[in-house]
Design a protein around this ligand. Sequence first.
Ligand code: HEC
Length: 438
Amino acid sequence: MKSGLFFLLFGLISFGTQAQDLFFYPHLAPLLQQKCGSCHRKEGGAPFELLEYKHFAKRKGFIREVVSTGYMPPWTADSHYRSFANEKQLTVTEKDSILRWLDQGGKEGSKPPKKVKNTVSTGISDPADIELGMPEAYVIPGNNKHHYICYKIPYELPGDAYVKAIEFVPGNRSLVHHASYQLLGVAPGVDHFRGPSYYVFSPDSTERIDDARDFSYFGLIDSAGNYPIPVFHSGYLPGSGKQEYPEGIGFALPRRGVLLIRSLHYSPTPLTATDQSKIRLWLADVPVQRPLEFAAFKPRMAGDTIPADSIRTYVINIRTKGDMSLLHINPHMHQLGKSFLAWALTPAGDTIPLVHIPRWDFNWQEFYRFKHLLKIPGGSIIHAEAVYDNSSANPANPNRPPRPMLIETGSMDDTTEMMRLVFLYVPYWAGDEGVCLE
Ligand code: HEC
């Protein structure tokens, strides 16, 4: 009797696993469309579409490789150290089912009667309250070189506006490699609509983001010498979508201001192309109570040189003042970056893990969003360590053979290195630990 039951159960279990053939429809499509289709779609930034069966069927071997190595979806932070709300990587179970489906031949199954709708929100159906963008298409030269520009978009609003969500929308998704932008308020005496709207960074110089030069070039300094007032700063990378803030958190959009795209990096193209990028803004009905703040930390060794064929570590050690609640963290290095680790040490002696990137990849930087507002008590030490590999063993090293590399000149291009740790935060309020950012 007992053994009969055993066999019956065994039979059921083995039926459950062996006969469970996986098919694209209906088993894999929802997962793959969400985890791959967010970038691999027409305006998504990746080089080809991955939405329908035919897109996957063409590349089964390639997909097996990028999924089993973890190269796709791109995510470089160690989620055992700190896991984030915007994690893109696959769970072990998800990875297993993709590989099992491929092992079984990657079969299609029966396509649902209606065309499968792309379930990924493109945001387009969610109209923004304000859009600020390049008034006309920018022409990207077809010279097969990286191309960097700085671009000013002036605006004037009829009244007060409080931003609760923001999204950078690249016009040319296959060429916009990344963007870093600021919203600035201008003084009453400044005619911010006048003057040039952009300049091009010359490809081989050590030009840097320089407030004095940029503000004066774009005519944003008033007669008393006052600079425009920065209210918000963020960036775009492939896969980064809309940033939404919890209730009451956001920023006031100045009535008269500019969207200054401090650096817009276009990938090399052999053919002349155009781009018309913009930001979309969603407004809160009531004034934001808690304006967002930024802190950017850098090491003390400005102007130091990383010798050729060497591995160097730079550190940041900074004591915070008041209690902070972190929303996002963004580590930044250039191509010599090898790893990045940051934590906070509280006055009570507790360690708060912040971010660990064991294998830095310049192409996959992120604004890592915490799962809940993360409290950093005042008086904590923010500690960060960035390791740079200036040897020829680093495949991303822009110099072959390696050359001495300056660090911390603030330069835009890959002739110098950089170390930054950026926090997006608000001053702490009691109960913030429970505020969800997912
Ligand atoms: C965050 C955006 C993003 C997500 C999510 C993403 N990809 Fe990609 N993928 C890219 C970009 C950009 C490239 C081209 C650059 C590169 O190859 O590194 C790429 C390249 C690829 C390639 C070509 C690799 C090569 O060596 O040329 C494959 C295959 C691929 N992706 C498959 C996938 C699969 C499968 C998924 C989901 C499991 C996925 N991707 C998720 C952005 C993404």
